[in-house]
Write a protein that binds this ligand. Structure first.
Ligand code: FE2
Ligand code: FE2
Length: 133
């Protein structure tokens, strides 16, 4: 699933590592504390912003034609993360078990990020020099 630009591939590894933290929560017995999920979501949101910015800058610098498509997809995920944030806040307010929210987030994010890398990010493979960025 490599794109061939080290900074981008490293970012993708970090994003999957954060999603794995949701997996780890789901793998434990008992209820999931909403604060634990909120912490993961906050770090994911930050890293997603950093990564999207980095990717779009690299593409913009070389005049990559797929930049707008990539940017549009990125906007979609940013809006979805806001929706997840609302769900987690609700769990926090109600002191609820965040397991259902965590499970929804986990399956959505793993699929979205994998598909985005394969269908959108990978199109820049071989079209942007590996030392760009
Ligand atoms: Fe992207
Ligand atoms: Fe990416």
């Amino acid at each position: 699933m490599k794109v061939g630009i080290e900074a981008v591939d490293e970012d993708h590894r970090v994003l999957f590592a954060i999603i794995d933290e949701i997996d780890a929560l789901l793998g434990r017995d008992g209820p999931i504390a909403p604060a634990a999920l909120a912490d993961i979501l906050a770090r994911l949101g930050n890293y997603v912003r950093i990564h999207f910015q980095r990717e779009e800058e690299i593409q913009s610098e070389v005049g990559y034609p797929g930049l707008e498509e990539n940017r549009r997809h990125h906007g979609e995920l940013a809006r979805t993360l806001e929706a997840f944030d609302g769900r987690v806040r609700l769990d926090l307010d109600q002191g609820a078990d965040a397991r259902a929210t965590a499970a929804t987030m986990r399956s959505f994010l793993a699929v979205w990020i994998t598909e985005h890398i394969v269908k959108v990010d990978r199109k820049m493979r071989g079209r942007i020099l590996p030392w760009s960025g």
